[in-house]
Structures are given as C-alpha cells and as structure tokens.
Design a binder for this molecule. Sequence first.
Ligand code: ZN
Length: 429
Amino acid sequence: MIRLEGATLLTPDERIDHAVLVLDGERIAYAGPAQGAPSAAPEDEIEHVPGRVIIPGFVNAHTHLAMQILRGVADDVPLMPWLEEHVWPIEARMTPEDILQGTRLALLEAVAAGVTCVNDMYGSMDRVAEAIGESGIRGMITQGLIGAQDAERESLRRGVALHERWQGALGGRIQVALGPHAPYTCPPDYLREVADYAAALSAPVHIHLAETRGETEELARQGTSPARVLTQSGLSRQHVIAAHMVFPGDGDIGILASLSLGVAHCPVSNLKLGCGFAPTRRLRDAGVPVGIGSDGAASANLLDPFLSMKAAAWIAKGVAQDAAALTARDVLRMATREGAIALGWPRLGALERGYLADLVVVDLRGYRLQPVFDPYSALVYTATSRDVERVYASGRLIYREGHHLVVDAQDVLASARQAAERIAGQQLL
Ligand SMILES: [Zn+2]
C-alpha cells in the first residue's frame, strides 16, 4: 500500500491536518487523522508530504480534448461563426491520428493540472479512449452526434458501437455516454432516436444545452425550452450531463432539478465566446449538481481547473453582486465531488475510504502562496496548476514535480506539433 503522511487533507466538508492517507490499489483504504490510522506494514511505501494539501482529483465535466490541436486557431469570434466558419471546416480535415495526438497533448496539460477524470465528446473516440488509457486517468467518452450530418445514422451506429467496445473497459476507467451535440444540430426526431438507443444501452446522455441566449430564444419560438427538449425527446429517461446551461428557459430550473441530471459549467469558454453567465447559484440552490468543465482548448485555450474555479467564483460573485454567492469551498466541491455526481460516476471525487484513489498533492509553501491563513482560499483564489506537485490516478503516481511518469511527454509534443502543422499546412511557431 502507499501511505501519504503529514499533509492536510482538504475536502469541501473538512480539513484534517497532519493526516494519513492510505491507498490500497485503486481505492482509498484510509483517509483521516494520524491517530486512528492503520499501522504501517513493512512493505508499505511511505511518502512524507508535510506542508502540502491533498485534494480529490479534479473532474473536468465537459471537454473536447482533441481540440487541443486547434488551440488558438480562431479566437475572438462568437460561437456560431466560430463553429461554422472556422472549427467545423478544419475538423472535417482532421484524421483519427490528429485526434489521437490532440488528445494526448491535452492530457499532458490536464494531468499536470491535477485532472484525473474527463467527460469528453468528439469523433474517432477509439483514439481518445486509447489516449485516456495511456494517461492513467479515467474518462467518460461519447461520440458527438450531429443530426443533420447523420442521414445514414452512421455516427449514431458508431456511438453505439463505442459503447459496446469501451463501456467499463480498462478496469472501469472508461465509461461511455451517448452524445447528441445540441438541440440546434439535432432535430427532435433524431433526439428521440438517440434517446431510445440510450435507454436500450442504459447509457447516460451528454449534450450541449442552452449555451447561448439565441439558442434558448429559438427553442421558445418552437414552443419548447432547453429542459423540455430533454423531457419531450425522452433523453431525460437516462442520466443527463448538460454542458453550459447559460440560459435556462422559463421554468426550466425546476424541471432540471426533478431529473437525474448534472450541469457542466464551463465559465472560461462561456466568457471567451461571449455567451454569458450561467446561473450556477440558482441551479445549485434548486438542487441541480453543477460540475466544472473547461470545454475544448479551441474555445477556452486552457484546460486548467484552477483557472476555471477562479472564473466560476468570480462570475457568480459579480453577477449576484454578492461576494458570498459562491465560496471557495463551493467551488472546490463543484470541481471535484459535485462534478463526479454531475457525471453520475459513483465513488469518485472524495477522500474517503472506498473511494477511487484519484488525488492531487498541492504544494502551498511557495512565495506565490504564502502566507496561508486559509488553505481553501489559497487553493481556489491563489494557487495555479503550477503548484500541483503530484497526481495519483487509480492509486498510481502518474505525475510528480513537473514530470509525467507514464507517458513520454517529449514524444507527445513532437507528434502533436507534426499533426498541427499538417492541419495548418505550414510550419508553426
Ligand atoms: Zn463543448
């Protein structure tokens, strides 16, 4: 077993100083005060980590990892022209190899920032699953489905086949959802068909919903709303992960709260694409679990959960004109445990016996962080991903002090550069 001794365990609910954390394979065997900890066995691997805090691994509740290869390809453009004039034409030229290399590049950044679970939607998802497997972390994956491009139902078949191949694979590290892209790309009859497949597979549903005001207004013109799209199509028979939810329709929050559903709040992407401010406080007050996602790097540029936590807190406070609207503990919960609940992933996102041993050791001793009156404040409002010292996923140390331990970062970088230059058709900086 691995024993981490001397750190402060920091979860949204409690802070335990001078703690002991014991990892038994992929699970946490003990997390608590030193007195009360099981005694160490001679074969245990003991790590002394005083001065650090240990938090659950971050759950990135909505992303498109492969878009890392498109980072910076089109900035400062609103969502619809960004998609239609820039992203979709380039994506049409991307090969499965480009997707693999983009995903591997994204996972370098994600792991180094303490992300141990991702909820990813894209194409060529077998390559994405391979990359997640290689990285050591876990992920919920889904083939993105666009109704208008799917007359032959080829994408839907691929999404179903993905479920058959990968659901529960790699010792449960891979889960598979069905992913209708959004109401504006998937007409109602297509959504009903996806819902039937999701029910037959008992698969969760991952969808972009209410990302812009225009989208919600268009649904209102059709006599419906983002939440009603879920209930009318039957998608809400399954657990739903709704990405964005910036503009719920009238009465939607009550409907969302009555469903098995989590929202993936993507504050950085929503700000950068000029979409607006998701009503996280109202959603959470109604009982809707709200996780935090980065969205893809083509929109958000960074997959950094520390940045997303700050943005989530700042937006909620600014919009409510209330500094208490979302506290550091609230935001830490959203980025970890609440994200796992939003995904419907059991036994994930907490430092408790029996939970999956996904955790992050953060070093708060540096001059950028000192003094630390309150570790929650330091972690959420001051720390950056550069303060991540170690990352454990499924009980395995995968990152330590700037070094990736299970992937060859130089190889990933070289392959990603090649892929990006092929897509760009020119040498890049
Ligand atoms: Zn997205």
